[in-house]
Design a protein around this ligand. Structure first.
Ligand code: NAD
Ligand code: UD1
Length: 338
């Protein structure tokens, strides 16, 4: 039983691969390094003490994909490969739709050609758009997305629903991640964004390490307890274990399934900054600036369905997320660049 992981040298893929290798799974990894470093493979090999079977290439390249599927008997695909920057997607919509949608369509065609029926898809809480109610459960409305990245995830969910309807032999899980943060506790693998980070956690750790002068808090006039945005942050190792749970349960949870992967708890930007300062002893200078367009006041998950059906729940605390995010940044001030 071989598991194909697309986008496997990226942030979430790398943590998931490590966990799968440690659990004894046989994994085949694909990435084009458009947003990751080959060093990730060495580090996973060091941590797992196992060789990683890696193929460099693009999921839009049908010939490349066919050569990989021909070489290995693949039973399941975990599909992480995607472009993921909200701001970049607004200025480069064609590249985003091409990479995320054309790439997934090519992958689905090749899976169909080789008769591979199990698919686990990286979706996002972003498909819920402005929440109709909180906590968000899987039956909440989707589609009111505010940027091409989010829309590509929404479109892909619809494409996958239609594809599974046309071919009931397909088992598809849509995993809607909330806000993944943190790193493996070794500090050997972690999140390494290109350029100036868009997301809160890497921004804070880069301020703490001295790469950025201060944090801008995007708005303190939201209708939340302290006025700053509230999100459901989930430790990336908990997210990785969510994929292992999905993989272990897919033979029972057949057809099309959709699960939130979150903790069910929300923290505000100010609570994150305060927790970070308390745990690391590092001062995070900040200013309060205007709200970021497209941001919502608050969003957290109902993780109940995943608890019930995947037998999975997030176990790590906000403190763990901060400790591990800081440990990674501190040991790798420039990410994977030495
Ligand atoms: P990432 O950018 O770190 O990893 C994605 C990987 O895919 C990268 O290594 C990149 O090089 C590779 N890739 C992109 N396009 C490719 C292509 N055409 N062919 C081959 N490889 C390609 O991102 P991540 O944070 O690990 O996210 C993984 C998945 O989870 C993505 O689908 C993302 O949209 C989704 N997601 C991420 C978050 C988050 O906050 N990180 C939240 C919700 C959903
Ligand atoms: C963002 C994306 C979302 C994506 C998610 C995870 C937007 C509008 N949404 O969500 O599509 O799925 O990342 O990758 O970009 N904040 C600051 N200062 C900063 C950065 C963030 O105050 O420098 C605040 C934000 O306003 C928000 C919170 O911190 O309240 C979390 O922001 P972020 O980490 O970017 O995640 P999301 O906005 O939830």
């Amino acid at each position: 039983m071989k598991i194909l992981i697309t986008g496997g040298t990226g942030y979430i893929g790398s943590h998931t691969i490590l966990m799968l290798l440690n659990e004894g799974y046989d994994v085949i990894v694909i990435d084009n390094f458009s947003n990751s470093s080959p060093k990730v493979i060495e580090r996973i090999e060091f941590l797992s003490q196992k060789k990683v079977c890696f193929h460099e290439g693009d999921i839009r390249d049908e010939r490349f994909l066919k050569s990989v599927f021909k070489e290995h008997v693949i039973t399941t695909v975990i599909h992480f490969a995607s472009l993921k920057s909200v701001s970049e997607s607004i200025s480069m919509p064609i590249e985003y739709y091409d990479n995320n949608i054309s790439g997934t369509l090519t992958l689905l065609k090749v899976m169909n050609y080789f008769g591979v029926n199990n698919f686990i898809f990286s979706s996002s809480a972003t498909v819920y758009g402005a929440p109709s109610r909180i906590p968000l459960d899987e039956s909440c409305d989707t589609g009111d997305t505010t940027n091409p990245y989010g829309t590509s995830k929404y479109f892909l969910e619809q494409i996958l629903i239609d594809t599974q309807r046309a071919n009931p032999a397909l088992n598809i899980m849509l995993l809607r991640y909330f806000n993944p943060v943190g790193a493996h506790s070794s500090g050997f693998i972690g999140e390494d964004p290109n350029g100036i980070p868009n997301n809160l956690f890497p921004y804070i750790t880069q301020v703490a390490i001295g790469r950025l002068p201060r944090l801008s808090i995007f708005g303190d006039d939201y209708p939340t307890e302290d006025g700053t945005g509230v999100r459901d942050y989930i430790h990336v190792m908990d997210l990785a274990s969510g994929h292992v749970a999905a993989l272990n349960r897919q033979h029972v949870l057949t057809g099309l399934r959709c699960y939130n992967l979150g903790t069910g708890k929300g923290y505000s930007v100010k609570e994150i900054v305060e927790t970070f300062q308390k745990i690391t002893g590092k001062k995070i200078p900040y200013i309060v600036s205007a709200r970021r367009p497209g941001d919502i006041a608050e969003c957290w998950s109902s993780p109940e369905l995943a608890q019930k059906e995947l037998h999975w729940e997030a176990k790590r605390s906000l403190e763990d997320m901060v400790i591990d995010a800081w440990n990674w940044q501190n040991k790798n001030p420039n990410g994977y660049l030495e």
